[in-house]
Design a binder for this molecule. Structure first.
Ligand code: SAM
Length: 184
């Protein structure tokens, strides 16, 4: 069985957008308890490298590091585990909510921006990026960067996502690293 209810969200996103293709190298940011990692492997990923602040019971076929994805050494560690750059970066990360909607919104977009920045270090050309965001206005700069760096950017709310939550996923495909501004 799946380790999380969240697994169904990735199943639905993948049914709709065909994100996971056989042989892919996949990165799972915020992997605990491991549902998305299970789905990625079940759908043909060759390997999954994940990271979470929380420990994760081993998933055969995956390597999950207990740590913070913003750790400066993390991108290199994941690339090493995958034995190459990733074809798909998944982020189901969410910060702890404060109950204050505007604050929560800013924090989740901040996390998605960090995940995107991280993916620029780890994605192979043509790769894809999926991240949890919230419905609301403040993600314009995130969208601008996504549209620059990927050929296609879409939003989706999978049916398994609670209707009363503002949670939404951004799905970006066709990473084109040459379109990124020079980075320091
Ligand atoms: N997709 C997972 C599944 O199907 O099992 C569920 C992920 S859960 C909704 C979000 C996870 O993000 C939490 O386990 C949390 O610890 C993790 N997380 C949040 N911030 C993080 C960070 N800075 N680095 C690593 N993991 C983080």
């Amino acid at each position: 069985g799946w380790r999380s209810r969240a697994a169904f969200k990735l199943i639905e996103l993948d049914d709709r957008f065909q994100l996971i293709k056989p042989g892919m190298r996949v990165v799972d940011l915020g992997a605990a308890p491991g549902g998305w990692t299970q789905v990625a492997l079940k759908r043909g990923a060759a390997c999954v490298a994940g990271v979470d602040l929380l420990p994760v019971e081993p998933v055969p076929g995956a390597e999950i590091i207990e740590g913070d994805f913003t750790d400066p050494a993390m991108a290199d560690r994941l690339i090493e585990l995958l034995d190459g750059k990733a074809d798909l970066v998944l982020s189901d990360m969410a910060p702890n909510t404060t109950g204050h909607t505007a604050t929560d919104h800013i924090r989740i977009i901040g996390l998605a921006e960090e995940a995107l920045d991280f993916s620029f270090d780890i994605l192979a050309e043509g790769g894809g990026f999926v991240a949890k965001v919230f419905q609301g206005g403040a993600e314009q700069s995130l969208l601008t960067t996504l549209k620059q760096a990927f050929t296609q950017v879409r939003h989706a709310k999978p049916p398994a996502s609670r209707k009363d939550s503002c949670e939404l996923y951004v799905i970006a495909t066709g990473f084109r690293p040459e379109r990124l501004p020079p980075r320091s």
